[in-house]
Design a protein around this ligand. Structure first.
Ligand code: ABN
Length: 170
């Protein structure tokens, strides 16, 4: 046996004598719990949403600045708000994204138009502004899509308008 073999044999034996199987399992447990507390992916979270200036406008009116690219019933008129679903409905996990100018600070914001699903259509405050909308055959650029098709229930109720970030000019 050469020097390196002897060195690693000695080290392995000493580790085995000082740390039993329980110690090893404890170490693995601590490492797993520690790793789970570290976020794995740099995903966008609600907490990362930009700080917005003082609000202007009426969220139950189709003219409200966040609705510039919406096509649907405004959840604000249906028991929810411009960014929350009415009770008993579920927010679609897939959405249509628009870019709207906030009149207060003159900046463009990226807005996610999540549909609320699971109840029949709300029927009040139909709002169709369609900024940036393209015909349905360009499905990647059309807002005329029922995003509830990606939710538990495909029944469409109303649409929200959630600010997800600031839009930067190229
Ligand atoms: N995203 C609003 C919507 C829902 C159903 C059908 C067309 C558009």
């Amino acid at each position: 046996m050469n020097f390196i073999d002897l060195f690693f044999e000695k080290k392995s034996r000493s580790v085995a004598q000082t740390n039993g199987r329980r110690g090893f399992l404890k170490g693995v447990g601590v490492a797993l719990v520690g790793a789970s507390s570290i976020p794995l992916l740099p995903v966008a979270r609600a907490a990362d949403a930009p700080v917005l200036p003082q609000e202007a406008g009426d969220p139950s009116s189709c003219d409200y600045w966040r609705y510039c690219a919406v096509d649907g019933f405004l959840c604000d008129c249906c028991g929810g708000s411009y960014n929350t679903c009415p009770p008993g409905t579920e927010m679609s996990p897939i959405t249509w994204i628009g870019t709207c100018l906030n009149p207060v600070d003159g900046r463009n914001y990226v807005i996610s138009y999540n549909d609320c699903c699971g109840k029949t259509q709300c029927g009040t405050c139909l709002c169709q502004r369609d900024e940036g909308d393209r015909p349905l055959y360009r499905s990647d650029k059309s807002n005329d899509v029922n995003w509830c098709l990606g939710a538990t229930s495909s029944v469409y109720h109303c649409s929200t308008a959630i600010v997800v970030g600031v839009a930067f000019e190229k």
